[in-house]
Design a protein around this ligand. Structure first.
Ligand code: MG
Length: 389
């Protein structure tokens, strides 16, 4: 089996984007966003990658991190390394791509590019062996995947309450909400963040896990003070309180609180996670398989996490992460972004691909009979995309 072609396409969303009420408590964003240029963390373009082989099997991968630049790295730097290679040699091909980009890569878009290709290679492997990817990585470790509902991007307390209520009634046993008030609003903003959390906790009761997302928006002194205020609310974790490079800040937070500290959706490779591990920086690792180095690296990080008592709960739902969750005892649950109007960017996946698993009663199932990753690119209903080859 040989790789004959690598094809990349940008899916640029040109349809409506919901911006009203959407919140991220970053130090840079005026609230609410006044226009899209002030929304630094909105992703409305996605990259699809297809790897073709001489025996007719095609693998599909994807990247959501700076997809336009990721595409250039694949087209100009990585495709040439793969043509003519056996796609089943995933370990070797990962290493070949990693070492060939290491001078300028190591983290960020170079790893997003490698991840997209690695996911496509594993898709080929699954299809060639007629097995879903999770079966190749360790098989089932759970009957179904427990998910947590991830949205609640709203500051208005009535809307927040209604949304939490809706998803409680749909059977989700865990939910993640966002902080609505940024660092610069100081103690007054901190109290408003706590008020939002109080409203959601009161709405969902004590038997549903509640998680708080800070999206890298705070600093160490704020985070310490904020965590103290969260103690009465039985929080399952607080996510990305600090910038991803502030490893020692995270480690200090863990000394300061009993609330689990999570992060890692902006960290890359086994080396990045080894640093987090050695610094005792996090209780929960949240890599995204389409950033961290694909299935090849995700598997290694799960293996590192297990004996160290660290949970792995990947960023983003999406099939590439669900196969990891299904196949590892390190992963107690998965994130779930429901299909909604386009708001932040994670939703685009639903409009590009067929085959994404849909949660019922908060649970997801993967199909034993569907080989590979289980996704196909949609061929209809693409009117709202500008697709760029
Ligand atoms: Mg996050």
């Amino acid at each position: 089996m040989k790789i004959t072609k690598v094809k990349t396409r940008l899916y640029q969303w040109t349809g409506p984007v919901k911006t009203e009420d959407t919140i991220f408590a970053t130090p840079l964003s005026p609230l609410p966003f006044q226009d899209d240029s002030q929304a630094p963390f909105r992703f409305v373009t996605w990259l699809a990658v297809e790897i073709e082989t001489n025996d007719g099997v095609t693998g599909i991968g994807n990247a959501g991190l700076a997809p336009d630049i990721t595409k250039q790295i694949i087209d100009n730097k990585l495709t040439g390394l793969l043509i003519g290679e056996n796609p089943l040699n995933t370990e070797y091909l990962y290493e070949k791509m990693y070492r060939s980009t290491v001078a300028y890569g190591r983290k960020g878009v170079a790893l997003a590019a490698i991840s997209a290709l690695d996911i496509a290679l594993w898709d080929i492997k699954g299809k060639a062996m007629n097995q879903p990817v999770f079966m190749l990585m360790g098989g089932r470790t759970k009957e179904a995947i427990q998910t947590y509902y991830s949205r609640l991007y709203v500051r208005d307390l009535d809307k927040l309450q209604k949304e939490a209520e809706t998803f409680k009634n749909q059977g989700f046993k865990a939910m993640k909400m966002r902080c609505g008030y940024p660092l610069r609003e100081g103690l007054a903003g901190m109290k408003k963040n706590v008020e939002m959390i109080k409203v959601v906790r009161e709405t969902i009761g004590e038997d549903i896990d509640l998680m708080i997302e800070a999206y890298m928006g705070f600093d160490l002194p704020y985070a310490k003070r904020f965590l103290k205020m969260l103690e009465p609310f039985n929080i399952r974790w607080v996510e990305e309180l600090l910038l991803p490079d502030d490893i020692y800040g995270f480690a200090e937070l863990r000394q300061h609180t009993d609330i689990p500290i999570s992060g890692g959706e902006h960290e890359f490779t086994r080396f990045g996670f080894n640093d987090l591990l050695k610094a005792k920086a996090l209780d929960i690792f949240q890599f995204d398989t389409n950033r961290v180095g694909g299935f090849t690296e995700a598997q290694k990080i799960c293996a590192m996490a297990l004996p160290n008592g660290i949970e792995v709960i990947p960023h983003g739902g999406q099939m590439h992460n669900l196969h990891v969750v299904m196949s590892s005892f390190a992963c107690p649950m998965a994130e779930y972004f429901p299909k909604t109007e386009i708001e932040v960017g994670n939703e685009i996946f639903w409009y590009m691909f067929d085959g994404e698993a849909v949660a019922e009663d908060g649970l997801l199932q993967l199909d034993d009979a569907k080989p590979g990753v289980g996704l196909t690119l949609k061929t209809e209903g693409l009117e709202n995309f500008n697709i760029i080859e």
